[in-house]
Design a protein around this ligand. Structure first.
Ligand SMILES: CC(C)(COP(=O)(O)OP(=O)(O)OC[C@H]1O[C@@H](n2cnc3c(N)ncnc32)[C@H](O)[C@@H]1OP(=O)(O)O)[C@@H](O)C(=O)NCCC(=O)NCCSC(=O)/C=C/CCCCCCCCCCCCC(=O)O
Ligand SMILES: Cc1cc2nc3c(=O)[nH]c(=O)nc-3n(C[C@H](O)[C@H](O)[C@H](O)COP(=O)(O)OP(=O)(O)OC[C@H]3O[C@@H](n4cnc5c(N)ncnc54)[C@H](O)[C@@H]3O)c2cc1C
Length: 706
């Protein structure tokens, strides 16, 4: 695969940038655009490449010109209407068929960009489409060749799919799933059953109203009564001609959610539902006609990992989806902050709120995080593409197995990091826009609420972090015994220097010394080693004091393993972004601002761990804390005049961003006013006017009845 994220890509010339990226309208934001230290078009082309920008333009303009995607000011859709519109939009996505197989093979990053572009418009149709084609379709596709005919039906929408793992009473604990699939060798069928309503499949996207088929995870029972563990099965849940439930299936919608309400999340119970033997998705095991179980995995644990392997795709995608929400929220809040004026040094002059130190400190570290996480999510996606190619070609090498473990460990921490960062940023951006941030039309509430489940689905963030710390702790024996080790992506290779790193101390002697990301990076390496040592000691102590493995692990999470996983993933994100921004091949016009972003992301993230850095003796004395704080403030101040151009690089067109206060013109009040006046019945008196004007209350009439 071509190294599409390599910095060696050409950035073209001014005239090609202008063709790809039109100028913004002149207006209140022009002042900041002129102050920027770099050309935003050069940056956009440098980061994405011309081909991806052309793809984005194609998608954005298709949506903008399509009546099905029209936005209507003041529109308030009922949930049913919103679900219907979401489905109509999803159908349009089939009709557009934005990417050919060939384009995806040539540059897999295009699929990620497709998800991002559609999601920037609205996550409901995006998730509906990709749950069907990607999560459901991808699982069937990777099972075996015998589903080839079925796969065709998926991609021409003859059927519609969903992915049903979670149950009403079990989600994170996948081993606790209770749906059963019992093989009947007399009829060569599996019989699917939900033992009771608590084992009903629950939360399943697309299942609520329209999915016809589901990938159902169930405990496989062979005729000898043996449970062979969790396997997945293709089950038809609705008739494709009528959308009525299939015999034995009770299926419905779980109700209104906090966000993503265009998507129909549903439940299903199965009562003796018979499916052909061939419908087992034989990824991890199969049964013979006589009912004998076979699996290419001899180890039960390996089989379990493989059964859940497809979840890594979702977690990597969610890392990127959350980074996208971060970009959307920041585009709105930074454009607003550069145009909204409050107070000033004199009575005559009010200044844009972005000039305030607090506003800079609240927003600009998130801007740096958006750049770092965007880069990381794309690079992790590229790593995953390599792994997936190995899966499809049935590679059984040690490298392939190690790569799977490493990607699992990275994605189970990058999803939490990215989704939490976006969630906190969306709230900060909401508040940074004051009251106007709370107006639904400005979209920050929608971004916050639609991002929220990224912290939960595809695995609860707090529980997923345990997977990453388990992986890190698994190297402790090698570290203790000084046995050399390395991982395919090299993310844990620095731990070989553990005994040396653990003795490091903070070296910078001034604020100036701290202005490069190498400083927080060194601190992070120490922090990971320290937290690894502390977590390992704590675990051993817990076990020595007589606690079971379960209890001991549980007692090691807070302040130990959980912090370890977070520090590790922050370190990994920073390492990749540091290497990228410090590459000598980066255009000299862009490098200074990129290095500032890298330093700010590193120092700001690290500053949340200051207590542990002091506690473990990596830093001492009050000066170090001050250096870090002052360096953060200095970087915020340096980036302030670049902030508008930095969001111009990633902000989608106004139609997609859909926020009057976030529009590219910066005509904050004109844009809001226009939207408000186009609202539904804004100037009308209420339909219930008579309740005030005619039917007056009789004060105290009800008090005697209390
Ligand atoms: C991880 C768990 C919590 C583990 O539970 P536990 O029982 O404790 O098990 P362990 O002992 O820890 O694990 C045993 C070993 O297995 C290893 N393991 C586990 N999982 C994996 C894995 N995925 N890969 C590799 N290895 C794995 C583990 O490390 C252990 O090994 P070792 O002992 O350390 O060596 C687990 O139970 C769990 O996963 N829980 C969470 C459940 C979950 O995630 N459910 C998801 C349900 S589906 C859902 O939520 C859907 C949501 C809808 C929105 C999705 C949005 C997706 C993004 C966009 C669309 C995608 C587009 C696709 C594009 C395209 O392809 O076209
Ligand atoms: C919008 C949305 C869409 C979804 N779509 C789908 C779908 O399409 N298909 C599907 O199968 N599922 C779907 N899900 C379900 C989702 O995958 C689960 O909700 C998720 O895996 C979390 O599981 P849970 O809800 O059982 O949480 P629980 O596991 O019950 O978690 C509850 C709390 O307990 C804590 N907890 C649990 N175990 C531990 C532990 N070992 N240590 C410490 N704390 C613990 C958690 O941190 C959490 O705070 C969706 C969910 C949402 C919100």
């Amino acid at each position: 695969m071509a190294p599409t994220l390599s910095v060696k890509e050409t950035t073209g010339n001014q005239s090609s940038w202008n063709t790809l990226l039109p100028d913004f309208p002149k207006g209140p934001l022009s002042k900041y655009r002129k102050k920027a230290s770099f050309n935003w078009k050069e940056m956009a082309v440098f980061l994405d490449g011309e081909d991806i920008i052309r793809l984005k333009n194609r998608i954005f303009s298709a949506l903008e010109n399509d009546p099905f995607f029209a936005r209507h000011a003041g529109e308030e859709l009922s949930r049913e209407k919103y679900q219907e519109l979401t489905f109509l939009r999803c159908k349009r996505l089939f009709e557009y068929d934005f990417l050919t197989q060939q384009e995806i093979i040539e540059n897999p990053l295009k699929i990620l960009n497709l998800v991002i572009c559609i999601g920037m418009y609205d996550w409901s149709p995006c998730l509906q489409f990709f749950l069907h084609c990607g999560v459901f379709g991808g699982t069937v596709l990777s099972a075996s060749k015998r589903f080839a005919d079925f796969v065709k039906k998926i991609y021409n929408m003859e059927i519609f799919g969903c992915f049903a793992l979670t149950e009403l009473s079990h989600g994170t604990n996948t081993k606790g799933i209770r749906t059963t699939a019992t093989f009947d060798h007399n009829t060569q069928e599996f019989i699917i059953n939900s033992p009771d309503f608590e084992a009903a499949k629950f939360w399943v996207g697309n299942m609520g109203k329209h999915a016809t088929h589901a990938v159902v995870y169930a405990q496989l029972y062979t005729p000898d009564g043996q449970c062979q563990g969790l396997h997945s099965f293709l089950v038809q849940i609705r008739d494709t001609k009528t959308l009525l439930p299939m015999p034995g299936v009770m299926v419905g919608d779980i109700g209104k959610k906090i966000g993503q309400n265009g998507l129909d999340n549903g439940f299903a119970m199965f009562h003796n539902v018979r499916i052909p033997k061939e419908n087992i998705l034989n990824i991890t095991g199969d049964v013979s006609p006589e009912g004998k179980y076979s699996s290419s995995f001899t180890d039960v644990k390996d089989r379990f990992s493989a059964a859940l392997g497809s979840l890594s795709t979702g977690r990597i995608l969610i890392t990127a989806v959350s980074a996208t929400n971060l970009k959307l929220a920041l585009s709105i809040a930074i454009r607003f902050s550069a145009t909204r004026r409050q107070f000033g040094p004199t009575d005559e002059e009010e200044i844009p709120v972005i000039e305030y130190q607090t506003q800079q400190w609240r927003l600009l570290p998130y801007l740096a995080a958006a750049y770092a996480l965007d880069y990381f999510s794309k690079s992790l996606f590229e790593n995953f593409v390599e792994f997936y190619a190995g899966l499809l070609t049935k590679q059984k090498s040690q490298r392939q197995a190690d790569l799977g473990r490493e990607i699992h460990a990275l994605s189970t921490a990058s999803k939490p990091l990215s989704s939490w960062t976006a969630q906190q940023a969306a709230q900060e951006c909401r508040e940074a826009c004051g009251g106007h941030g709370y107006l639904a039309m400005n979209r920050l509430g929608e971004i916050r609420n639609d991002n929220d489940p990224n912290c939960t689905y595809e695995g609860d963030n707090n529980v997923l972090l345990q997977q990453t710390s388990n992986y890190l702790m698994s190297w402790m024996n090698c570290i203790r015994n000084k046995v050399p080790f390395e991982s395919p992506l090299g993310t844990i290779n620095f731990l070989q220097d553990y005994h040396h790193i653990i003795g490091w101390k903070f070296k910078a002697n001034s604020v100036d010394d701290c202005m490069d990301s190498s400083v927080p990076l060194a601190a992070y390496k120490w922090l990971v080693c320290y937290l690894l040592r502390e977590s390992d000691l704590k675990l051993r102590k817990e076990k020595q004091s007589g606690h079971s493995d379960f209890e001991a692990k549980n007692n090691c999470q807070v302040y130990y393993c959980r912090s370890l996983a977070i520090a590790f993933v922050e370190q990994t994100v920073l390492q990749r972004y540091h290497d990228y921004t410090h590459d000598p091949d980066i255009p000299s016009t862009l490098q200074p601002v990129l290095k500032n972003l890298s330093a700010l992301y590193g120092l700001w993230s690290l500053s949340k761990h200051l207590a542990v850095l002091y506690q473990g003796g990596y830093v001492s004395g009050e000066q170090v804390g001050r250096f870090i704080q002052n360096a953060i403030l200095e970087l915020c101040s340096r980036l302030k005049d670049d902030a508008v151009a930095l969001v111009d690089v990633f902000a989608p067109p106004d139609f997609i961003l859909n926020s009057p206060i976030g529009k590219a013109s910066g005509e904050l009040y004109k844009n809001m006013w226009a939207e408000i006046l186009q609202g539904n019945k804004v100037l009308n008196r209420p339909s219930w006017w008579a309740e005030f004007c005619i039917n007056k209350p009789v004060t105290g009439r009800l008090s005697s009845r209390l």
